[in-house]
Design a binder for this molecule. Structure first.
Ligand code: NOJ
Ligand code: CA
Length: 799
């Protein structure tokens, strides 16, 4: 940190340091300033104490990014970790490695940073401790800073002992985290409201100063239940852009055994960390030795660099699992959109005003009486709209198998859906008992024989206590029948009551579900769970999360939403966005249905711009049938990548991405089914068929994959054209490109949309597209047009 900068942020704090001349020395000083440079030397982080209060600041190219900002905590029962600190020690180190994720946007990730561990002490007698026994011990708090070329991260650490002396902190309770992020100006931000219970919101693009006045608007059409805490509260990852064109993103990483961090905006463009309290109001119950999650500030010159950043993943611990051979990417379909669209129901019967489940499924031990009646589904009258019935499941299995998918999700297979929503029931599901028209053993066998896995569904209805009650049995059932992936869900008010969705105890539940699943070799895709913070690096069986507004919100999703999410929600891990809706006019399914804002090509583009190792083709088979030529792209596209190139991007506007598939995982799901006793051997997924260029494949042994790339583009309500240079192709090779583009008359923007331009030449026509084939080389430049709310997709294969 340059002295003039230090003075600058001190001035910003209206305090002039008395020992500024000493700030570059490593001795312990009344004003202690220590700097840390990024590996490329462009970023500089500074730690300092101001009257015993810890602070940090961050600059890039000698320009401030974060001005002097406080660090620390308010504590229950004792003096805060906020003042009276002296600097005990500073340790520095450098780290540089390349690691290989089990799945991801690229096969090799470089983790390169410089680190500074600052040890702070509240000396004996300077503060009041919690009890007399600890009063004679110093209080030790460490702050570990990691500075990367693309951002700063820091976390608080609380050792049990320091230099042989016991820390006065043993068990302690946070009331508030005081960490500030003092920004340099009124940046543009893409934000969703801070909320303890939902992340399912459209983003608002505004200046920081407008967050307060746009609060109501930001709340429109969000998920339920919602629990806000401040008119200026927002969620992370928060993407911002300065007027100088710098992209700043505040988030957190490796959130384990700790509440989730929100940000609350105060004066002078200063955010303060705002943690999700538990039912008793605490914001973190700690026991030394322990540490908080990382607080991260990504800083990039270009929007495309923000998409390229692996900051959050790098801040997480390496893979905790020794054997990851059972984890694989999944392209799937589902009996799901039928319920979301209103065509079918999760429930089986309309016979009962209230259903009660048998606490001992499969037994007759509970005698039925009028008051204690256990719902008898076996003799209930079917409502005729139950989606997860044997015939329908077989229909979907047939379609998914015919088109080379890996798996089929089935929701509504288990008893209890009649009462699942809004009733705040503890014992809402047993996760074991199928409805009478869902023959679980037979359907799994049928699926396996066709090379398809069924994906289990566990909607906990936010009763985490009940889910934990049944979890072991539920996972055992999955193991028994060969399910290797579960979609879980947390819709509703959390039970235990008064907990929010992102408090420490509930975050611990989500993690418990992942760890227990790993013991059973089960991959997890949790909906409504806490927004991810890169834990999938450590636990790669967490192959998906929703944790944001996904396709289920249909017409409520704003144009541009999917070009914001990769900057925000996806920074922490993949999203099960469930793309692939080819019939966006929901009025064609149910009378109350409305029009969604996208074209068919926009949906194709999402398979490339939106990273997830778990990708759904979410629409009904009968909605794909009329457009099989466009559906071919969904079949051909891979979902796990060797290399990704972010060609064009601007949050809320557009994204254009190119990706090269990872060959080793291309057919892993199909190989896994082949290993089941009743599984079909030698299945080759549709993506593998495309990559290997095989017409009638029987085996991939001795076959050579071709050089393949996919390009995807998406836009908001503004039509756009991009020139895409194919200079990433291997020079000297010739390729065949298949180009899926919006038609001239295409538009995904409903005519009555609030985003429509008056007298626009475009009329709603989401179905119009063109498919062209072209010989291309590394010298080719493609000109690709997108309609309002449109997109494009290109698959490119070496000849
Ligand atoms: C909300 C989930 O996001 C959705 O995908 C699911 O179908 C319903 N809950 C029911 O579990
Ligand atoms: Ca949801």
């Amino acid at each position: 940190m340059k002295i003039r900068l230090f003075l600058l942020f001190c001035l910003a704090m209206a305090i002039v340091p008395t020992h500024a001349k000493n700030i570059s020395q490593d001795s312990i000083l009344p004003v202690n300033s220590r700097t840390l440079a990024s590996p490329d030397g462009r970023m500089e982080a500074t730690f300092y104490l101001l009257n015993g209060i810890p602070h940090y600041a961050l600059s890039r190219d000698e320009k401030p990014v974060i001005l002097g900002s406080r660090l620390g905590f308010e504590l229950e029962w004792r003096d805060d970790l906020a003042h009276a600190f002296v600097l005990k020690d500073v340790q520095r180190s450098t780290f540089d490695e390349v690691w290989h994720p089990v799945w991801g946007e690229e096969a090799n990730i470089r983790n390169h940073y410089n680190e500074m561990l600052v040890t702070l002490e509240q000396p004996v007698g300077s503060v009041e401790s919690m009890d007399h026994s600890t009063e004679k011990r110093p209080t030790i708090m460490q702050i570990r800073f990691r500075l990367y070329d693309d951002g700063l991260a820091f976390r608080y650490e609380f050792p049990m002992r320091y230099n042989g002396i016991d820390n006065a902190l043993v068990c302690f309770w946070f009331k508030e985290e005081l960490t500030q992020f003092h920004l340099t100006g009124n940046h543009t931000a893409w934000w969703i409201p801070g909320d303890y219970d939902t992340q399912e919101y459209n983003y608002t693009e505004s200046r920081l100063s407008q967050i307060d006045s746009l609060y109501e608007k930001g709340h429109e059409h969000g998920g339920w239940p919602w629990t806000d805490f401040s008119r200026t509260g927002v969620q992370t990852a928060l993407q911002m852009r300065t007027d100088d064109g710098l992209y700043i993103n505040i988030h957190e990483a490796a959130t384990l055994d700790f509440p989730t961090m929100h940000l609350n905006l105060g004066d002078n463009y200063t955010f303060r960390a705002w943690l999700c309290p538990d039912a008793a109001g605490y914001k973190g119950r700690m026991q030394a030795p322990c540490h908080t999650p990382w607080r991260s500030i990504m800083v990039c010159d270009k929007a495309t660099d923000a998409l390229r950043s692996r900051l959050i993943l790098n801040l997480n611990e390496p893979c905790a699992l020794e054997d990851v051979s059972w984890i694989h990417p999944v392209k799937y379909m589902g009996i799901w959109w039928e319920m979301i669209s209103g065509k079918s129901t999760w429930s089986y019967t309309n016979d009962f005003p209230s259903v009660k489940l048998n606490p001992e499924p499969g037994t007759q031990t509970i005698k039925q009486s009028d008051n204690q009646a256990i719902t008898d589904f076996a003799h209930a009258k079917p409502n005729g709209t139950h989606g997860a019935n044997n015939a329908n499941v077989r229909r979907y299995i047939d379609f998914a198998a015919k088109h080379g998918f890996d798996a089929l999700l089935i929701e509504g297979w288990n008893i209890g859906w009649e009462d699942w929503y809004g009733k705040q029931k503890d014992f809402v599901f047993d996760f074991l008992t199928p409805y009478p028209d869902f023959d679980l053993p037979a359907l799994n066998k049928y699926a396996h024989e066709k090379g398809i896995r069924l994906i289990m569904h566990h909607e906990s209805s936010a009763s985490t206590v009940n889910y934990e009650r049944w979890m072991e049995k539920a996972y055992n059932l999955m193991n028994q029948y060969g399910y290797d992936a579960v979609k879980s869900g947390y819709v509703g008010t959390i039970i235990p009551f008064a907990e929010g969705h992102y408090s420490q105890p509930i975050n611990n539940h989500y993690h418990y579900a992942i760890v227990e699943a790993a013991k059973h070799h089960i991959m997890v895709n949790a909906h409504e769970a806490v927004r991810p913070t890169g834990l999938c690096r450590t636990w790669p069986n967490m192959i998906g999360n929703e944790s944001a507004m996904g396709t289920e919100f249909r017409e409520r999703i704003h144009p541009g939403h999917t070009s914001i999410l990769p900057f925000t929600r996806l920074q922490g891990g993949p999203m099960d966005y469930t793309p692939g809706i080819f019939e966006p006019d929901m009025g064609k399914i149910v009378p109350w249905g409305q029009k969604m804002s996208h074209t068919i090509c926009n949906q194709l583009g999402l398979y490339v711009t939106f990273y997830s190792p778990l990708q759904m083709a979410a629409d009904f088979p009968e909605h794909y049938e009329p457009y099989m030529d466009a559906f071919q792209f969904i079949k051909d596209v891979a979902v796990d990548w060797d290399t990704s190139i972010y060609l064009y991007a601007e949050p809320g506007d557009y994204i254009v991405t190119a990706r090269k598939p990872k060959i080793s995982s291309l057919n892993k799901a199909a190989d896994g089914v082949g290993n089941l006793p009743d599984g079909k051997k030698g299945v080759i997924s549709s993506a593998a068929q495309y990559v290997y260029g095989l017409k009638d494949p029987t085996s991939l042994t001795n076959q050579t994959p071709r050089d393949v790339w996919y390009i995807g583009g998406i836009t908001d309500e503004t039509p756009r054209e991009f020139s895409v240079k194919l200079d990433f192709l291997t020079p000297g090779k010739t390729y065949d490109a298949i180009i899926y583009c919006d038609g001239k008359d295409a538009s995904g923007l409903p005519d009555n949309s609030q985003f429509s331009i008056l007298n626009s030449q475009f009329k709603y026509n989401p179905y119009s597209y063109t498919i062209t084939t072209k010989k291309v080389t590394s010298k080719t430049t493609l000109k690709l047009k997108m309609a309002p709310c449109g997109g494009f997709a290109v698959s490119i294969r070496e000849r």
